[in-house]
Every structure is written in structure tokens, then in C-alpha cells.
Design a protein around this ligand. Structure first.
Ligand SMILES: Cc1ncc(COP(=O)(O)O)c(C=O)c1O
Length: 412
């Protein structure tokens, strides 16, 4: 097999049990990694081991199981925070990126955003970085505006700067687009937004799984990502924010664990980050995410990124040879993650995905939770192939062959 020579693909693939299965009698070619990734054995074992040997609630009891569970949960917090250059106290475990932006909407937005304020997002955002700000703007009487895009799918910095001149309260931007693959210059964006007095939120859902991220280097006020897109379990993710900012904020949900003392007429709050983790937390999945971080750190995020750049390069060249293939997003590989959204002549993406599924190839089709971006692209939907550590050139060859077959069926 032709390989990128950056990762040991046979060894990596052997770590992912699901890749051994077949689909419609064909080898599974999994190319829907921006949606969710597959899980290595170490992550699956961490979940099973927790329930087999350590299951109990955290932070409450003094017996051995409870202490083991607490140590594993807090150990996962240290690992996951460290993975992106943050301290454990700066990490709130949440369900995922969507819960993180909603937490900020309520716990920060409801007290800090006032009538007449401006909130800024961009045209390339996932709905989870648009809809919470629409809801916040509506409840507070604020306005929401969007940074435009250049024709190559990068952010239009002039449009950004002109919005900054209106002194926005919040700038909410993605680190990397789940459709175009565009990697935004978050250091520049956060520095300019900070200078304009805005609070910054960066959506790292498509960055943390694919490239080295050190949030100290761009100092966002808030940074969010999801575990299931980085080889970890579903239902767990992270919101990062400076300790002082978390301390200033109101709680998100009220209940057990998030309090220090409860009286009949008022309550006081636990230390951060626990103030934001009301109720029984998702212990097993946090531990599973810790195992995913260990796996990625062992591979090395520089290598993960380089591997994807090579796959992207190979795929863009190979697929461009297929009649009817039209891709979206920047062609500069250094500005782009391993995501290829495309259309195929006038074949509907769902029809294409169905034909490819017959070949064992899993791609995503639809609007990718980015309908404003679809309108900007002037399409209702796209097909999308996205890579991770277990993909190699053979997967791209399979996609190319599948596209040609679909071309025959649909008379492209
Ligand atoms: C860029 C981006 N942001 C946010 C999300 C939402 O993530 P989740 O569904 O895990 O909350 C996604 C998921 O596709 C995404 O790609």
C-alpha cells in the first residue's frame, strides 16, 4: 500500500477494531471524520475498565472506588487541558462544542451583553457558533453581524476589521471550518478583537483533532471542542477559559456539585471549574477522552497534521481528474485541514453518498450544519470527505473509483 510515510498506517489501523469490518461486503473506507471519528482500542478499554473496575460517583465519597474514579476523572481533566496548553482549572467538561457555546451564551452572555451591543460571528460557522448568539441577541436586544468570506473560502479580514470598528462585545469564530477546511489565523483574529475590546470565543471542534493547538499562543477568552471528533467518546468535550473569567461568570445550571452552600433563600458557588459542572458528570467519557488524548499525543500532533496535509494534497490532485468533481475551499494546503467538500456534476450529494456506501465508502452529504455557508456557496448541500489518522492513499483511490462508478450510473 502506498503510504504517507508519516504515520505507520498498518499499526494505526490495527488499533481501530471497527476498521476490520466490512460494509456491503467491501472494506470499510471511513471518510466522515469531521462528523465523528472512530475510536482506538485504548479508548474503548478505558470505558470498559472504568465500568468493570472503578464505577462510582466522583468528588463525593471517601471509599476506594470513589477515590479511584475521582482521580481518573481529574487526571483526564489535566491531560485534556494540557493537550491544548491550558491548566486543569481552566477546563470545564461539557457534552461537546454545542454545549460549550450555549454555556457561554447563558453564563457569560446573559450578564455581559446589553441592549444595543454588537455580537460578531462569521459566514463559515457551524450552527452551534451562530444559533446561541442569535438567541442571545434576541433576548438582550443586541445585534448579530457576520464577517464575510473571500472567494477562496478564507475570512475577509477587511470585513472583520470594519466590524471591529463598531466595537463588538463578542467575536465568535471557528479555528477551522468543517466545510471548507479553512484554518483561520486565530492569533491575528484574537489579537485584533482583544484590541477592539471584544471577548473572543474560538470554536476548536475541527482544529484540536487535527493539528497542534496551544491556546496560550493566541489567548482566546473561550475555546471549545468535542471529544468524539478526536478519537474520544461522544457526550464529552471541553470549554476552556481563564480561571478569573470563569470566576466572574454566573453558573450555567444549578444543582448538586456546583454549590458550596445552599440556604433556602440563596446559595454560594463551588470553585471553578466545578461551579459549571452541575449534577453527576460524565465520568466514563471524560476518562475515555483522556485516553484519546494519550493516543494522539503518542502519535504526535505534528505528525497527525503532516499526515493529513499529504492526504489532502494527494486527494485534491486525484479527485480533480474525475469529470464533474468540483471542490470548495482554499487550495493552499497550509491554510487548510483534511476536509474536502465537493459537488459532483448535478448529482445530489445524498444520491452520491448512497452509491458510495454500496462500495463501503462512508462520506457525509448534506448542509453540514452550516446553512448560511451553503447559501454563500450557492448550493443546498455538498458531499464531504474528511480524513484522520487511519486514512491513507488507498482510501482516496477507493473514493476516486467510487466517484467514477457513480459518474457512470448518473451519466456525468
Ligand atoms: C466546526 C464545528 N463546530 C461545532 C460543532 C458541533 O460539535 P458537537 O456536535 O460535538 O457539539 C461541529 C460538529 O460538526 C463542528 O464541525
Amino acid at each position: 500500500m502506498l503510504k504517507t510515510e508519516v504515520l505507520d498506517i498498518e499499526k494505526v489501523r490495527a488499533d481501530f477494531p471497527i476498521l476490520k469490518r466490512t460494509v456491503h461486503g467491501k472494506r470499510l473506507v471511513y471518510l466522515d471524520n469531521s462528523n465523528t471519528t472512530q475510536k482506538p482500542k485504548t479508548v474503548i478499554h478505558a470505558l470498559v475498565d472504568y465500568y468493570y473496575r472503578h464505577n462510582s460517583n466522583v468528588h463525593r465519597a471517601v471509599y476506594v472506588l470513589a477515590e479511584e474514579a475521582t482521580e481518573s476523572y481529574e487526571g483526564a481533566r489535566r491531560k485534556v487541558a494540557g493537550f491544548v496548553g491550558a491548566a486543569a482549572k481552566e477546563l470545564v467538561f461539557v457534552r461537546g462544542t454545542t454545549e460549550a457555546t450555549n454555556l457561554v451564551r447563558f453564563a457569560w452572555g446573559e450578564t455581559n451583553v446589553k441592549k444595543g451591543d454588537l455580537l460578531v460571528s462569521t459566514l463559515m460557522e457551524h450552527h452551534s457558533n451562530i444559533v446561541p448568539w442569535q438567541l442571545l441577541a434576541r433576548s438582550k436586544g443586541a445585534t448579530l453581524k457576520f464577517v464575510g468570506l473571500n472567494s477562496d473560502g478564507t475570512l475577509d479580514m477587511e470585513s472583520f476589521e470594519s466590524l471591529l470598528r463598531e466595537s463588538p462585545k463578542l467575536v465568535a469564530v471557528t479555528h477551522c471550518s468543517n466545510v471548507l477546511g479553512t484554518i483561520n489565523d486565530v492569533a491575528k483574529i484574537c489579537a485584533k478583537a482583544r484590541a477592539a475590546g471584544a471577548t473572543t470565543l474560538v470554536d476548536g471542534a475541527q482544529a484540536v483533532p487535527h493539528m497542534p493547538v496551544d491556546i496560550k499562543s493566541f489567548r482566546p477568552d473561550f475555546y471549545a471542542f468535542s471529544g468524539h471528533k478526536m478519537l474520544g467518546p461522544t457526550g464529552i468535550g471541553a470549554l476552556l477559559a481563564k480561571k478569573e473569567l470563569l470566576e466572574e461568570m454566573e453558573p450555567f445550571q444549578g444543582g448538586g456539585e456546583m454549590i458550596r452552600e445552599v440556604f433556602l433563600d440563596h446559595s454560594t458557588w463551588n470553585d471553578v471549574p466545578y461551579k459549571f459542572e452541575a449534577g453527576t458528570v460524565n465520568i466514563a467519557d471524560a476518562i475515555g477522552l483522556g485516553a484519546a488524548v494519550d493516543y494522539l499525543a503518542d502519535l504526535g500532533m505534528d505528525k497527525v497534521r503532516e499526515h493529513e496535509v499529504r492526504l489532502l494534497d494527494y486527494a485534491l490532485r486525484a479527485l480533480a481528474e474525475v469529470k464533474g468533481f468540483h471542490q470548495y475551499g482554499p487550495l493552499d494546503l497550509r491554510k487548510r485541514a483534511g476536509v474536502i467538500s465537493f459537488n459532483f456534476a448535478d448529482v445530489h450529494p445524498h444520491d452520491l453518498a448512497t452509491v458510495l456506501d454500496e462500495e463501503g465508502i462512508a462520506i457525509r452529504s448534506g448542509h453540514h450544519c452550516a446553512q448560511p455557508l451553503m447559501r454563500w456557496l450557492d448550493v443546498t448541500a455538498t458531499s464531504r470527505a474528511s480524513f484522520h489518522v487511519y486514512n491513507s492513499y488507498d482510501d482516496i483511490d477507493a473514493l476516486k473509483t467510487g466517484l467514477k462508478k457513480a459518474g457512470g450510473i448518473f451519466k456525468v
